[in-house]
Design a protein around this ligand. Structure first.
Ligand code: 3PG
Length: 312
């Protein structure tokens, strides 16, 4: 069996695959347009956020599974895979804690304006008066939209901060100490902090638009560690400028394909918006857990022909 790993992946897990007599092509710098050629004779393609398009799937005549080493699989052309009888699998829940930790980090950073504090200090500006105006998080209401694996980890952490947690989801989980609100608009109008944990799909595309921003409390925060597509970025900028809302986002439109270089975004240099480098899942702990699950999928298929975590 042969695997193409086209994104950064922990080396010790690659070694384990080789010990199990699985041939591994490790090319972490490949881009979307390089995959069709690189994947020609492989049985598995493993990616993180690199796109696997129809051309790649159709070029790989021995392909069995495209594995998304992570949670959201909107970077894989699932329709093309299904049409060709290729499975698509992911590693749900394995990076949830890391994403929740970043979301909490963005919430605290926004409340205390930590990045601006540091930037001013480094520029020789002392501004204790300006930065002494944080409201604090204790007793505030956080509204979680999408109470899945990640949403639940955020709920736990927010509760530990003494926040009231409300949630919106089509599936209700009992015993997690949150109040479900059956209407997303109502949840938005009740929340001091809103955290989005929904997949990118035709139903959620541009969901957070002028109308939903209009329902947010003045001075409330929006955290997006899910997918850029769920927010209308022009509406976000307008809301930040006109309604004094704050935003902490780990995802944005036109994210660069590579892992380093330059970046251009409408969200740059706007007071009240903090953008991180799509690093939600990027802790060593999370990537080890994701790699372990990826290996499980490959080895299970090699031994039994069964596809774990299949999404199509
Ligand atoms: C995910 O869907 O798992 C996260 O967005 C992580 O993406 P990454 O693996 O490209 O960092």
């Amino acid at each position: 069996m042969k695997v193409l790993i086209a994104d950064k992946f922990p080396e010790n897990y690659i070694q384990t695959l080789r010990e199990k007599e699985i041939e591994v092509i490790y090319e972490p710098k490949l881009g979307e347009n390089d995959i069709p050629n690189a994947a020609k004779d492989v049985n598995f393609i493993v990616v993180r956020s690199t796109n696997v398009n129809a051309a790649a799937i159709n070029a790989a005549s021995n392909l069995k599974i495209v594995i998304r080493a992570g949670s959201g699989y909107n970077n894989i052309d699932v329709k093309a895979a299904t049409a060709k009888g290729v499975s698509v699998a992911n590693t749900p829940g394995k990076n949830s804690i890391a994403v929740a930790e970043l979301a909490m980090g963005l919430i605290i950073a926004l409340d205390r304006r930590i990045p601006d504090n540091v930037k001013d200090f480094n520029n020789g500006i002392w501004n204790k008066a300006k930065y002494s105006k944080a409201e604090g998080l204790y007793g505030k209401t956080i509204g979680i939209i999408g109470v899945g694996n990640i949403g639940k980890e955020i709920a736990k952490r927010a509760q530990a901060f003494g926040m009231k947690v409300i949630g919106y989801d089509i599936v209700i989980s009992e015993g997690i100490g949150i109040d479900y609100i059956d209407n997303v608009e109502k949840l938005i109008s009740m929340s001091d902090v809103i955290s989005l944990h929904i997949p990118a799909n035709p139903q959620t595309k541009g969901m957070f638009n002028d109308k939903l921003f209009g329902l947010m409390k003045k001075g409330a925060m929006l955290i997006n560690t899910s997918r850029a597509e769920v927010i209308d970025e022009d509406a976000l900028i307008k809301a930040v400028k006109e309604k004094s809302i704050f935003a902490g986002v780990d995802v944005f439109n036109d994210e660069p394909e590579g892992k380093d270089g330059t970046v251009i975004s409408k969200l740059q240099n706007i007071d009240g918006i903090y953008v991180t480098h799509h690093i939600g899942a990027s802790t060593e702990q999370a990537q080890d857990a994701v790699a372990e699950e990826t290996l499980k999928i490959i080895i299970e298929y090699k031994n039994t022909g069964k596809v774990l975590n299949r999404v199509n």
